[in-house]
Design a protein around this ligand. Structure first.
Ligand SMILES: Nc1nc2c(ncn2[C@@H]2O[C@H](COP(=O)(O)OP(=O)(O)OP(=O)(O)O)[C@@H](O)[C@H]2O)c(=O)[nH]1
Length: 235
């Protein structure tokens, strides 16, 4: 049973008891007890309505805040602060609906750090983690208002670009690539990434679109890494 319903039931039960008590006392005191009871009963009911509102506010607000925090935890990656795969897929599907509704282009950039295993092996897992945080921070600095950063897995990120066609997304991807390799990341040195770009074709399922971006990314890896490849646009 929902907490709000439990509060309502508890307050209703207390109000019923109080009303019964009030009726009994009024009946014992006065012969014409009924007309006297009415205004008192109404005042009592009003009091319980206020009590119900106050209890709902006091109990439900922290519960709501707690569930919001849990939801945030469930949809975000704690290391980088980016949304996780589940959160990203949810938002991707929402963005598809929005793009279809407004007839706007929508693109996606997949970003996979190059030779990340080597960074872990040479410098240790803690440095690997700080590289992931720094990569997320650099990608974020490159993003525009409305873009969304996701961490889809170990060293794989994705950026959702609403209102952006393939050409615009390619420019954003190239800027991100340069931002990653421009300055060394602490002791790990220069970090590069391979990027795959795909524009949503307006009807394909999210999984197919993600797969096209992934294929472009693997093409970038195959061609030597540290580069941007575009998916053969179907649009
Ligand atoms: N430090 C750290 N390492 C992680 C995390 N998640 C995954 N990894 C590591 O990321 C590495 C990914 O290695 P690979 O899939 O071989 O990829 P890669 O070495 O980047 O090679 P290419 O992608 O082909 O350039 C593995 O060693 C994982 O253990 C994490 O949260 N922190």
């Amino acid at each position: 049973m929902r907490i709000s319903t439990r509060i309502d039931l508890a307050v209703a039960a207390a109000a019923a008891l109080a009303l019964a008590g009030l009726a009994a006392l009024t009946w014992l005191d006065h012969a014409d007890w009924l007309p006297r009871l009415m205004p008192r009963a109404l005042a009592l009911l009003a009091l319980f309505v206020v009590l119900d509102r106050v209890l709902r506010h006091l109990v439900l607000r922290p519960v709501h805040e707690h569930s919001q925090a849990l939801r945030r935890l469930a949809l975000h990656d704690s290391l980088t602060g980016a949304v996780n795969r589940r959160g990203f897929t949810d938002r991707l599907q929402q963005a598809q609906g929005q793009a279809a509704l407004c007839a706007q282009p929508l693109s996606l950039v997949m970003v996979d750090i190059d030779h990340f295993k080597r960074i872990n092996d040479v410098h240790g897992h803690a440095i690997g983690d700080s590289v992931l945080r720094e990569v997320a921070a650099r990608l974020r600095r490159q993003m525009r208002r409305g873009d969304l950063l996701g961490r889809l897995g170990g060293e794989e990120f994705a950026v959702l670009l609403p209102g952006t066609d393939l050409e615009g997304a390619a420019v954003q991807a190239e800027l991100a690539r340069q931002a990653l390799r421009r300055e060394p990341v602490a002791v790990a040195g220069t970090v590069t990434a391979s990027l795959g770009v795909a524009q949503w074709d307006g009807s394909e399922p999210a999984a197919d679109w993600l797969e096209r971006a992934d294929l472009a990314l693997y093409e970038a890896k195959r061609l030597g890494r540290d580069r941007v490849r575009l998916s053969g646009a179907r649009t």
